[in-house]
Design a protein. Structure first.
Length: 157
């Protein structure tokens, strides 16, 4: 299984989490590919992979600058994404922005779901105003998330 982590970041925290996951979870999948969203386009969904959206929130609830064009391309080049399976890691600052906390990740989740993609598991949230170390908590969540995806399924007849 290939995992593609698409990163939307302003202060590089999301990229730090993605890089930590790449190092700490490489034993769970065949390949982990970390990509800055500024270099992504809709053709990424043609790749055979599971996707992880790891994005911060910028300003009053927007996706980060490096993710703006990619996010806009969902409306500019809409397509059915029923074959896409993904997870979301949403970062924000709840103390400073309680009404738009982690909105960048929520926006990606909503858009992907509207286009038919299937989210695997719950969204992981990280609050920058907490004392939780983002990279450590992100790796722990991702290992659990990956474990549920690679766990064998048994059919009972």
């Amino acid at each position: 299984m290939k995992l593609i982590i698409l990163v939307g970041t302003t202060t590089q925290t999301a990229m730090g989490i993605a890089d930590a996951i790449s190092l700490a979870c490489d034993d769970m999948v065949d390949t982990i590919d970390v990509r800055d969203m500024s270099e992504a386009d809709q053709s990424v969904w043609d790749e055979e992979a599971v996707f992880l959206i790891c994005t911060a929130t910028y300003g009053a609830g927007n996706v980060p600058d490096n993710a703006q064009a990619f996010f806009a391309s969902f409306d500019e080049q809409p397509r059915y994404l029923g074959h896409v399976k993904y997870g979301v890691m949403a970062l924000g600052d709840e103390a400073s922005y309680p009404d738009t906390y982690a909105m960048g990740g929520r926006l990606f989740d909503e858009k992907l779901a509207d286009l038919g993609a299937k989210r695997l598991g719950d969204i992981w949230f990280h609050d920058a105003s907490s004392d939780v170390i983002a990279e450590d908590a992100g790796v722990e969540w991702c290992r659990d998330w990956l474990q549920t995806m690679v766990k064998p399924t048994y059919l009972i007849s």
